[in-house]
Design a protein around this ligand. Structure first.
Ligand code: WTA
Length: 571
């Protein structure tokens, strides 16, 4: 087969006539799939859960197939509807109002999903946090969002700096606990007493639904604000890109602390009413293949980092499991290496479909549709209803094959509507009517987009975005560290790793123990994925005369590349 062009696979794939649809499609056409189109009553939780629970043919269907090393559970749409009603009643009992920010900091579990939809049912805004966050990361997010309530587990409570969070009024604890203060709400206890009926709070399509914090190259993480209207695009892409069919068993491996884990780990499959597999616990090739085998997963959405690990685990790992249930595989988060696509053809006899989007975009934008030819190394083409291009710094489109800023014509249904409390930050994304992504890319003459890299200093390690500023700030909190500069260093398995350069304060000596101590300091204070895998001591950190760390220069030094313009470098 010509590896440059892999033809579409046979099967009942949607959007056979993609090029034609691009010309005629309007987002208005999608509205007929939602009950609010007839009733005027809007809420994501209704469309994704209650609507199926009210349908006699669907109510007893498995919505969730959950497994973790020590637990296994099936939850039907009807059960999920009732459990989320109960949680919504608990929230109302403690005076939660529409628009309040209710954050969640816990591992994936059936309780997570009940609580998540309970929050949406009250009209409050959910803020899921990745369970591996440490104190600083948790503090930054709860402080900025002014969250009034947090749903967490007793184990994670020690990472919540409550004394520094005056807005945080109540904490719901999921799991056995000995807390006695009336600040704490016992999940099990309250759920037992709560009614399974709830009058859902109807909202406007433009009302807030979700905040995901994400990293930029400067400043603290920013709260990306999404509204209920995003469901239009979640539904459309569930159909076109995920290619979901009624009997599919779907598995998205992402944690709901990241946007893939909500848009495609929660909304898309459940808006479409399919069975959704959730696996807790750590990654290993055996338990991942085992999950596909055990549940007969047919549609699988994962990430290049994981796929690369599966590639290194080799053929034997594949052969140990029955994977013939798989029909459709997708990837997101980092460039999908052509080698991985080749491996996918060998291992599963399937094409792996790359998809490109961001926390800010709320849903997939540039994709390899099942019905289209794949060009390995390319992210594919924009979905119908979306215009993508490559623009220069003034927002003018550049010709095909020329590199520039990957940009999307604003708006689209799932686009973020705010950066929480930072309107100027929000505005800074848009130039000349284009949303400018921060990625560089080019478009070939046939309209396929090719990712080239990030234009800013944001690091993408194993598909997770790390802001260098956050890591630098944490590093200099360590008594030994005077200054720091943090870059992403290319890595074959993780895409990039976090590499930090530091200078030491007087009285500290360079030693392996000290470096390890500093690394642990970031790991336990911020989060494991942000901790530098490499740490190097320097005599000075290069800075501009205005005091900005010249990360680009650090990177050139590290990679042995030409250093370019250094005229702004301080003496
Ligand atoms: C990168 C994840 C190459 C990109 C949904 C983007 C990709 C950032 C791809 C967003 C892809 C995402 N190929 N790079 N298919 N998909 N990226 O906000 O740099 O965690 O800007 O959203 O990941 O990461 P985020």
């Amino acid at each position: 087969m010509d590896m440059q062009r892999i033809p579409a696979q046979d099967g009942t794939y949607n959007l056979q006539n993609y090029e034609n649809m691009r010309k005629t499609f309007s987002w208005e056409d999608m509205k007929k799939h939602f009950s609010w189109n007839d009733t005027g009553k809007v809420n994501m939780a209704y469309e994704a859960v209650d609507r199926h629970a009210e349908n006699p043919d669907k109510k007893d269907k498995a919505a969730l197939l959950y497994s973790s090393p020590d637990r296994e559970e099936k939850v039907t749409f009807n059960e999920l509807s009732k459990q989320s009603n109960q949680f919504a009643n608990v929230l109302k009992k403690y005076d939660v109002e529409k628009g309040d920010r209710i954050f969640m900091f816990m591992p994936r579990s059936p309780e997570f999903y009940a609580a998540f939809f309970g929050i949406l049912k009250t009209g409050a805004i959910a803020g899921p946090l990745f369970e591996a966050f440490m104190e600083q990361a948790v503090r930054d997010r709860l402080e900025d969002s002014e969250a009034s309530m947090l749903v967490t587990t007793p184990d994670l409570l020690e990472r919540v700096p409550q004394d520094d969070l005056p807005d945080l009024k109540k904490i719901v604890l999921v799991g056995e606990n000995n807390e006695t203060s009336d600040k704490y709400i016992d999940y099990q206890q309250e759920m037992k007493e709560a009614s399974t009926d709830f009058n859902i709070e109807w909202v406007d399509l433009e009302d807030g639904m979700l905040i995901h914090y994400t990293s930029g190259s400067t400043g603290k993480p920013k709260g990306v604000y999404h509204v209920h209207n995003a469901m239009i695009q979640h539904y459309a892409t569930a159909e076109w890109v995920l290619d979901l069919q009624e009997d599919d068993v779907y598995w998205c491996t992402a944690d709901p602390g990241w946007v893939t884990g909500t848009s495609y780990g929660i909304f898309a499959p459940w808006l479409y009413g399919v069975t959704n597999v959730v696996r807790g616990g750590r990654f290993s090739p055996d338990n991942w293949y085992g999950t596909i085998d055990k549940y007969n997963v047919s549609v699988w959405y994962t990430a290049p980092t994981a796929l690369r690990k599966l590639v290194s685990a080799g053929e034997d790992a594949v052969k140990k499991h029955e994977l013939s249930s798989l029909r459709h595989v997708m990837s997101v988060g980092e460039p999908l290496n052509p080698e991985v696509i080749t491996w996918g053809l060998q291992a599963f006899d399937l094409r792996i479909h790359d998809t490109w989007w961001m926390t800010e975009t709320g849903a997939q934008l540039i994709v390899n549709l099942p019905s289209q030819e794949i060009r390995p190394g390319s992210m594919g083409k924009p979905i119908p209803g979306v215009e993508a291009s490559v623009v220069d710094n003034e927002g003018n489109e550049v010709p095909p094959n020329q590199m520039g800023n990957l940009a999307i014509k604003a708006p689209w249904p799932a686009m973020m509507r705010k950066i929480w409390k930072r309107p100027e930050k929000y505005e800074s994304y848009f130039i000349n009517g284009w949303y400018v992504s921060g990625d560089s890319a080019y478009m070939d003459e046939d309209g396929y987009f090719w990712f080239q890299g990030r234009l800013d200093d944001v690091i993408n390690t194993s598909g997770e975005r790390v802001g260098p500023f956050e890591v630098e700030s944490k590093l200099i909190e360590h008594p030994a560290v005077a200054e720091s500069g943090v870059i992403g260093k290319p890595d074959p398995e993780r895409g990039e790793i976090v590499k930090a350069f530091i200078t030491l304060n007087d009285g500290y000596e360079d030693s392996e123990e000290l470096l390890e101590e500093v690394r642990q300091f970031v790991k336990t204070g911020l989060s494991a994925h942000a901790a530098p895998r490499e740490l190097e001591i320097k005599d000075a950190i290069p800075k501009t005369r205005s005091g900005k760390i010249m990360r680009r220069l650090l990177k050139s030094w590290e990679l042995g590349l030409p250093t370019g313009d250094t005229s702004t470098l301080e003496e």
